[in-house]
Design a protein around this ligand. Structure first.
Ligand SMILES: Nc1ncnc2c1ncn2[C@@H]1O[C@H](COP(=O)(O)OP(=O)(O)OP(=O)(O)O)[C@@H](O)[C@H]1O
Length: 399
């Protein structure tokens, strides 16, 4: 049994579950059953025990159970107990009774902000929604990567939202000025651009540090999955940011879009062995590359301070030193990650499927797998708890 792990999960009026009590006891789990049984709903419940909207990105009001004749979802709740070494922690989240579009988060009974959940659990998920990640718009990939970044650098989410807020305000000023045929307030714009420069530099530094740490894990890992070469495009030298924003003003105002800045970065992934961009790889290869990244992230989070991002000769900038300080100070208190792999096993050939089971086991990662057929999980016998689900009910356990 893992020392840091999910022990017990309770759902109340969550999606298709009226009520569920699941004694996981720190084990990995495979959930199997027909389409619509409620497997993904259970993964989603674990994923909302973190900041953000969980693995479907759903509105909080939609998470409550809704019968066909009901206009809106009911008030819902998810509660979990984790072991942390010798200690125990209770995490809970659920509808805010004053506003069903919001939720409340509690740690050991105390109401806290959602980002505090990261002190106890970091979920890493891969779902069919990410199947087209390499073919999708840049912003989707960047969002995926940013989630990998803030799992180990908690400040990153706040930096990104501060940056995006300033970006929206600047664009509003510029578009209003453009449609009014007058110049925008220069002092105000300059102030916003200073904020963009400061948070933009921090944002880039956090992404660079996380990418280097992740790549280091991928290098150190001899697995059955193809190695991914990761890089970031759209990086801008910090010193060029103020002038860049200034020069982009009139273009941005006319276009109604912010065309300059590190929000336009992208994660580039290359299949090393084939020397091919991920977008040109087969569906199965893309899935395998994603798993290589996800397992690298799992390894990084499972080993505090794993993956030193810089060599001895490098001289990092101040924002970069900040990002590294945050990574290493939080490394000591990093909570155990939990891996949520939705319908991943079915996409892999038997060799890779067994390799996935072996690798998650070897990394000591508590993992929840889903699939329609029991046969997919042969390789997990005696290593994980099997649960057959049908119609939102647990039908059978395989110990
Ligand atoms: N708010 C809700 N209230 C009640 N039922 C819901 C709600 N949201 C989703 N459902 C239902 O939950 C059921 C189970 O969905 P889920 O995505 O967990 O299935 P699954 O077992 O992962 O299936 P698949 O193998 O097709 O991916 C679906 O039939 C869906 O209609």
């Amino acid at each position: 049994m893992l020392k840091h792990a999910l022990q017990h999960l309770s759902l109340t009026e969550f999606r298709s579950y009226e009520r569920l009590d699941f004694a996981i006891a720190g084990r990995s789990v495979y959930l199997y059953g027909p389409n619509g049984a409620g497997k993904t709903n259970l993964l989603e419940a674990i994923s909302v025990l973190g900041p953000g909207r969980g693995l479907r990105g759903a509105a909080f009001a939609d998470l409550g159970r809704r019968l066909p004749d009901e206009a809106r979802g009911r008030a819902w709740g998810v509660a979990a107990r984790f072991h942390e070494g010798e200690d125990e922690v209770h995490l809970g989240t659920g509808s805010d009774p004053r506003d069903l579009n919001k939720r409340i988060v509690r740690i050991d009974g105390e109401t806290v902000t959602a980002s505090r959940l990261l002190e106890h659990v970091r979920q890493i998920w891969l779902t069919p929604l990410q199947d087209r990640l390499f073919l999708e718009a840049r912003s989707e990939r960047l969002r995926f990567f940013d989630r990998l970044v803030y799992a180990a650098d908690h400040g990153h989410a706040a930096t990104v939202s501060a940056y995006e807020k300033a970006l929206r305000e600047r664009l509003k000023l510029l578009t209003e000025a453009f449609s009014g045929g007058r110049p925008a307030d220069d002092a105000w714009l300059t102030l916003l651009e200073q904020k963009l420069t400061e948070t933009g530099a921090q944002m880039m530094a956090a992404r660079i540090a996380a990418l280097a740490a992740l790549q280091a894990e991928i290098e150190g890992h001899q697995g059955a999955f193809p190695k991914a070469d990761l890089s970031l495009t759209g990086l801008i030298a910090e010193g060029d940011l103020p002038e860049g924003y200034r020069r982009a003003r009139s273009r941005d105002g006319a276009a109604g879009r912010s065309l300059f800045g590190p929000h336009r970065m992208d994660l580039a992934v290359v299949h090393r062995e084939k020397n091919r961009p991920a977008a040109d790889c087969s569906t199965g290869e893309q899935k395998a590359l994603l798993l290589n990244i996800i397992l690298g992230q799992g390894a990084r989070l499972a080993t505090p301070n794993g993956g030193t991002p810089f060599g001895k000769g490098d001289r990092p900038s101040e924002p970069m030193r900040g990002a590294m300080r945050r990574l290493s100070s939080q490394g000591e208190t990093l909570s155990q990650p939990i891996l949520l792999l939705d319908e991943v096993a079915a996409h892999l050939d038997p060799l890779r499927r067994h390799a996935l089971f072996d690798e998650t086991h070897a990394l000591g990662l508590q993992t929840v797998f889903t699939g329609t057929d029991l046969g997919l999980f042969d390789g997990l016998k005696n290593r994980a708890l099997g649960v057959r689900i049908e119609g939102g009910q647990f039908i059978e356990f395989i110990e």
